[in-house]
Design a protein around this ligand. Sequence first.
Ligand SMILES: [Zn+2]
Length: 357
Amino acid sequence: MSVSGAGSGSVPGARSGSGDLSAFIAGLPKAELHVHHVGSASPRIVAELAARHPDSSVPADADALAEYFTFRDFAHFIEVYLSVVDLIRDAGDVRLLTYEIARDMARQNIRYAELTVTPYSSTRRGIPAEAFMEAIEDARRAASAELGVTLRWCFDIPGEAGLESAEETCRMACELRPEGLVSFGLGGPEIGVPRPQFKPYFDRAIAEGLHSVPHAGETTGPETIWDALTSLRAERIGHGTSATRDPRLLEHLVEHRIPLEVCPTSNLATRAVASLAEHPVVEMAKAGVLVTVNSDDPPMFGTDLCAEYGIAARLLGLDAAGVAALARDAVTASFAPDQVRAELLAGIDAHLAAWSS
Ligand SMILES: [Zn+2]
C-alpha cells in the first residue's frame, strides 16, 4: 500500500502572513478526536517495545523498523498492526505506549486528544483489566503534568470480535470506569458487522454518562451511518465517508450538529476513497457539516495530524484563518473539560493573531 506524499506536512503553494501554512499548522494548538492507541505506535515506540521483548519478530532498531513499516498492501498493514498488538504484553507496555504517544503528540502541538483504546485486545491476551486501567491512567496523569497534553479515552468495541467483546468492553467501561474515560465506540470491519446488534451496550454506556462515537460509513454506505445515529445514538461519527451519498443524511448531520471525524490519508490507504482529490470532505464542508480532521493510525498510514491539516487545507482551499477555524471546530466537537476547551480556543486565537500581525 502506498501512501507516499503524506507525512511531510507541507502544503505546496499555500502561503499566508509571514510564512508558509505548514509552519502555521505546526505551531497551532490542536485537538485530535479520532486516533487509535496501538495505531499510534510510531517506529520509535515500537523499537522501545520490541527491546522489552527480544523474542518478538519485530525488529528493535530504527532502520530495520522503517523498512518494516513500509506496507506492501493492506493485508501487510494488518499483519504489522497485529505484530505491534503482540508487543503489548503487560501493564508496563501499556503505560509506555500511552505515555510515548502523548510525547509524539506534544511534538506536534496536539494539546488535547481523545484516544480510542481497545482494552479487550489487551485483556484477552492476559493483561488484567484493573492493571490496564491503572497503566493508562498513570500515563494520562504524567502526560498532563510533564508534557502538557490532556488525554481522554474512548473505549471501543472491536466489532470483528463479536458480542462477547462488546459485553466485556461495556463492563470495563461501566464498572472499572477510569477517570479519563469520556466515550464509547465501535471499530473494526463494518461489512458483516451490523451496528444495531450493539445497541444494548451503547444504551448501558450512555446511561452511565458516556458519549457515543462509533465508526460508521467508512467502508459501507450511508445506511450504516443512519444505523449508528438511530440504534447507537451517535453524537459524532468516526469517518462517515459515505455520508455525502445521501443528501437527507447530510441535512440531518447539519441540523443536529453531529460532527464527522474525517481522516483523509487513512481513507486513501484503506481505499475508502480512490484519491485525495475525490475526498468527500469538500462536499461535507460545503453542506455545512461540522468537519474535524484526524489521523486515525498515523505512523501506520505514514502521516500525522499536522500532515492531515495540510491536506485538509489544500482540499478546502483554507488560509491560516480557515485552518484556525478547523482547529476550533475540533475543540467544539470534543468532550474536553471546560477549562481545557477555553485554553485551547484562546491558544488558537493567539496563534492566529501572532501569525497575522
Ligand atoms: Zn478509526
